[in-house]
Design a protein around this ligand. Structure first.
Ligand SMILES: NC(=O)c1ccc[n+]([C@@H]2O[C@H](COP(=O)([O-])OP(=O)(O)OC[C@H]3O[C@@H](n4cnc5c(N)ncnc54)[C@H](OP(=O)(O)O)[C@@H]3O)[C@@H](O)[C@H]2O)c1
Length: 278
């Protein structure tokens, strides 16, 4: 995190919901220089182990509300389904200079604004779990109350855990959630399904799982380090008349292949995001 971003923090960064996503983000910020004295985590039923790990790093975990200074940043990382209750509880913490950053799928800027004091600066974002290793992708949109400084602070915080793509049209958030927010699950499912397919083809199950996992992560790493388009990397594997071409004839079938299946999956996730808007 840049020194400029850190120095703009006059109050704490308060994390509401220290689960998988919020916990990974806080971890990333601490690693990148956020002083633990500026980190507060609110998660009333956080199990002893993660709570102890945060406390050991100096994070203030579940302090009484009256002991929390007005936050510079309030990060909302609870499940969208509990948002109405949780937002009404944390709204009194918000001051005129607090930047509220949400990572909740579906919940709109308007919904969050309605729960906060009038004029609150809000960034709605959707990160993904590779954030835990600094390789996240976050898509973000700001409401009209976010100043240039607020956007720079959000960029620094979200950029500390990977790349950030700002959009102006909030209507695109549910589709972005379906692609990059949920996307890591599709890649992990590919590794699982490839392992099962290898076992069905006669490989010992554990060997199949090992080589499938290493293949999916190796292909991702190759794509990361290459400037070539994904299609070219695919073509580089595909010898004319060879084994890959035989597999791709199935996977690239226009009616039943990967393309239409993934389009259906992304459409389903996009619809679910709109339902979660409430
Ligand atoms: N996981 C992802 O890949 C991902 C990606 C992008 C965005 N998101 C978004 O991130 C948010 C959290 O998802 P997650 O996967 O991290 O879920 P999670 O692991 O369940 O984290 C949510 C945390 O919030 C806690 N919580 C519940 N009620 C609370 C309250 N009143 N005050 C403070 N904390 C409370 C939960 O505790 P209990 O377990 O005790 O209920 C849990 O520890 C969701 O809105 C999701 O849409 C997730």
């Amino acid at each position: 995190m840049s020194e400029r971003a850190l120095s703009s923090l006059t109050g704490p960064v308060v994390l509401v919901g220290a689960g998988k996503m919020g916990g990974a983000m806080l971890e990333g910020w601490l690693k990148l220089g956020l002083p633990a004295r500026l980190a507060v985590a609110i998660d009333p039923n956080l199990p002893d182990e993660p709570a102890g790990a945060l406390k050991a790093k100096g994070v203030d975990v579940n302090p009484p509300a009256h002991a929390i200074a007005t936050p510079s940043v309030l990060l909302l990382a609870v499940k969208p389904q509990v948002a109405p209750d949780v937002l009404s509880r944390v709204a009194p913490l918000v001051g005129p200079n607090t930047l509220v950053v949400s990572v909740m799928a579906g919940r709109t800027l308007g919904f969050i604004a309605d729960a906060m004091p009038a004029g609150t600066a809000i960034v709605r974002s959707i990160p993904n779990t590779p954030a835990a290793i600094g390789r996240g992708v976050t898509v973000a949109v700001a409401n009209g109350a976010v100043t240039a400084d607020g956007r720079a602070l959000a960029s620094a915080l979200l950029g500390a855990i990977g790349i950030v793509e700002w959009i102006d049209d909030e209507d695109l958030m549910d589709a972005a959630t379906a692609v990059s927010g949920s996307g890591p699950a599709y890649a992990f499912l590919l590794a699982e399904a490839l392992a099962e397919a290898g076992a069905k083809a006669g490989l010992p199950a554990e060997l199949s799982a090992r080589i499938a996992r290493a293949t999916v992560s190796g292909a991702g790493a190759l794509m990361d380090q290459s400037d070539l388009p994904a299609a070219t990397l695919r073509q580089n594997v595909t010898s004319p008349g060879g084994t890959t071409a035989a597999a791709l004839a199935v996977l690239m079938d226009e009616a039943g292949g990967f393309g239409p299946l993934l389009a259906d999956a992304v459409a389903a996730a996009t619809r679910r995001g709109k339902e979660l808007a409430g």
